[in-house]
Design a protein around this ligand. Structure first.
Ligand SMILES: NC(=O)c1ccc[n+]([C@@H]2O[C@H](COP(=O)([O-])OP(=O)(O)OC[C@H]3O[C@@H](n4cnc5c(N)ncnc54)[C@H](O)[C@@H]3O)[C@@H](O)[C@H]2O)c1
Ligand SMILES: [Zn+2]
Ligand SMILES: [Zn+2]
Length: 369
């Protein structure tokens, strides 16, 4: 760390403590940086559905915690072992990985053997600078190796991606999770080819990024399915050739009429009944990719036996250092208009932002500290 940099000793952050699911801003104490830490002054941070899941019962073992895992900002200081970025660099922060296991060394950090520990574990195994509250008690700041619902985030050299300082930094954070997951599902997992048909279930940030990426890949039919009319409208605006009501009783017939059996399907709802519809909509030989987990899955085995495939998606199976610059190129070329999904909120209005996301009114809140 360079000697002349004055580190903040206090950080304002949105903390989740109790079962009431509310975020509350607190001043927290920051400890000195570890060797591989990258301290980032957050310019903006997206709110992903996973943050909302982790503020609920699923996140109870992690509390008290600073959530937030779609941060972007400017590097303030780096640990002694960091060579990848330096103070003053603009970065997007993505999911964390260890860089050392067999998966990481073979170029698949999304399958890092310590992925859950590093990204959603009670305490990440990597030593890093920590936060403590006014009583001196620790507050978890390991959410996806960033905990960026805060003024400052302690990221690592594994999960920061340097970007052009001329870009609108405050809206780039969602490229690090939700947008990467949707676009990567299409490009890296389903590997959609020109002329193919794609059905996307759920038109949130993940699903809409998939819609945009499917058009980029040259899909001839890109069908979005959602329960909310506003989201179906947005899907049409960003490139869906069709947008259907997920509650329509004749949805399977509509999908059959449009695609004659889809080549690819992508589920972002995590609901067993929706996934069964998705698999049923496939042609033989087609593949359905899953990004969300809610239910136990029940499927007629016959559909799989006759050559349909089911697979999973972790962060778009994307290498952030490669894929985030690629999405930025698409955005600059006008074919990946993710900014249409974003509404900005001050960080102090984080509970209102969460309400707007849950109600479906806002697809991707971006919080500005
Ligand atoms: N696998 C990963 O790496 C990864 C990464 C990011 C997010 N996720 C998960 O992906 C999911 C989607 O994230 P998001 O931010 O887009 O969430 P979101 O809540 O904004 O989007 C989900 C959409 O599904 C729609 N929906 C719900 N039930 C439906 C039904 N029966 N039929 C059709 N549409 C229905 C909702 O109206 C909503 O628009 C979440 O579960 C999130 O946790 C996974
Ligand atoms: Zn996420
Ligand atoms: Zn690893």
């Amino acid at each position: 760390m360079s000697a002349q940099v004055q580190l903040p000793s206090q950080v304002e952050a949105a903390v989740v403590r109790g079962a009431d699911d509310q975020f509350a801003l607190e001043k927290l104490e920051l400890s000195p940086l570890g060797p591989f830490d990258v301290l980032v002054k957050i310019a903006g941070v997206g709110m992903c559905h996973t943050d909302l899941a982790l503020r609920g019962p699923a996140g109870a073992p992690l509390r008290p915690i600073v959530l937030g895992h779609e941060g972007s900002g400017v590097v303030v200081a780096v640990g002694s072992g960091v060579g990848k970025v330096t103070a003053g660099d603009s970065v997007v922060i993505s999911y964390d990985s260890c860089g050392a296991c067999g998966s990481c060394r073979s170029g698949r950090p999304y399958f890092c053997r310590t992925w859950f520990d590093l990204n959603t574990g009670p305490a990440a195994s990597r030593p890093h600078a920590t936060l403590t509250d006014a009583e001196g008690e620790p507050v978890n700041n390991s959410c996806f190796g960033q905990s960026s619902f805060a003024e400052y985030s302690v990221a690592s050299h594994h999960n920061v991606v340097k970007v052009d300082p001329e870009l609108p930094l405050e809206i780039l954070g969602p490229l690090g999770c939700g947008l990467q997951t949707g676009a990567g599902a299409i490009v890296n997992v389903l590997q959609v080819r020109p002329g193919q048909s794609v059905v996307v279930f759920g038109a949130g940030a993940v699903g809409l990024a998939a819609v945009m990426a499917a058009r980029i890949c040259g899909a001839s039919a890109v069908v979005a399915v959602d329960l909310v009319e506003g989201r179906r409208q947005l899907a049409r605006e960003v490139g869906a050739t069709h947008a259907l009501d997920g509650a329509a009783p004749d949805l399977p017939d509509q999908l059959q009429r449009i695609t004659s059996g889809a080549d690819c399907a992508f589920d972002t709802t995590g609901k067993s009944a929706v996934i069964a519809t998705a698999v049923n909509a496939l042609a033989q030989g087609g593949t359905c990719a899953l990004a969300a987990f809610e239910d136990e899955l029940r499927l007629p085995t016959q559909q799989i036996v006759f050559g349909r495939r089911l697979t999973g998606v972790v962060e778009g199976n994307a290498v952030p250092d490669v894929f985030i610059p690629r999405m930025i190129d698409w955005w600059q070329a006008g074919v990946f208009p993710f900014d249409k999904l974003i509404e900005r909120f001050p960080l102090r209005e984080i509970n209102e932002a969460a309400d707007a996301s849950v109600s479906g009114r806002v697809v991707k809140p971006v919080l500005i500290p």
